[in-house]
Design a protein around this ligand. Structure first.
Ligand SMILES: [Zn+2]
Ligand SMILES: [Zn+2]
Length: 254
């Protein structure tokens, strides 16, 4: 599985695009392409990676804050412009279909019915395991200002956990067990920010979940600039796990 960090920023960062991760894999001899979250600054990052309108199979939306799903209208309108034909699967917690359609209607009225390709919505909930686009998906609720679901996606050999926004919970800890890669939101290095993770807590989370690699994203913009070296030192100095603070465009092969 290939993992490309399109963006690693929070909502208001002037330098770092919103957190979004593009996964590419292959199951049943078919290539699979999926995007985890699509905030308002993500579509340009995606188009820079691939101008192919047929590439994307599925989109996961962790929650309905703008930096995680307001990029959908721009994504869909360019698919329409480029005459995409392939269905697009959109997964998210209950209500995802209405939220996406409302966002589309607000941004580009009457465009939904013009799309030449079907949107196939799948409502995700923690008790429900989903098989979609040849992959296994499971979910757990974490602790954020708005309800957010963490997701675990698995192909035949790899598993990736992505928190969306929010501090770990016992449920997300269960979900992350033994994952090859944990991608976790960490807003601050340490301390308590209600509804958000920290670098220290996420390190312990991933270590205790026996993850091989931890990538921290969505770091608060001032924290990134003022504590960058200390965070890197903490990640490098922690044994038992490969800790990363990825930059936009960075890629990992699992
Ligand atoms: Zn966010
Ligand atoms: Zn949020």
């Amino acid at each position: 599985m290939k993992v490309i960090f399109l963006g690693v920023g929070e909502a208001c960062d002037e330098s770092y695009p919103n957190t979004s991760v593009w996964l590419q894999t292959r199951t049943e001899s078919v290539r699979r392409s999926l995007l985890l979250d699509c905030g308002f600054t993500v579509p340009p990052q995606y188009w820079r990676q691939t101008p192919d309108p047929e590439d994307l199979d599925a989109l996961w939306i962790s929650h309905f804050h703008g930096d995680h799903f307001f990029g959908i209208p721009a994504l869909l309108v360019r698919f329409w412009e480029m005459k995409r034909q392939k269905p697009l699967t959109i997964l998210g917690q209950s209500g995802v279909e209405d939220r996406v359609k409302d966002a589309m209607e607000l941004a580009y009225p009457n465009f939904l019915q013009k799309l030449q390709f079907p949107l196939e919505f799948i409502a995700a909930e923690p008790e429900r395991e989903v098989l979609a686009v040849g992959l296994k998906w499971r979910f757990a609720e974490n602790s954020h200002g708005q309800r957010d679901l963490a997701v675990r996606v698995e192909d035949d050999s790899c598993s990736v956990f992505y928190s969306g926004d929010g501090a770990p919970t016992p449920e997300t800890f269960q979900l992350a067990q033994g994952c090859h890669l944990v991608i976790h939101e960490a807003f601050r290095m340490e301390g308590t920010t209600p509804g958000h993770g920290t670098v220290r807590d996420c390190l312990q989370f991933a270590l205790q979940a026996h993850a091989a690699t931890l990538a921290l994203v969505h770091l608060q913009r001032d924290e990134r600039s003022t504590r960058y070296d200390a965070i890197q030192e903490l990640l490098n100095g922690t044994g038992g796990i490969h800790g990363l603070l990825p930059e936009p465009g960075d890629a990992l092969e699992l």
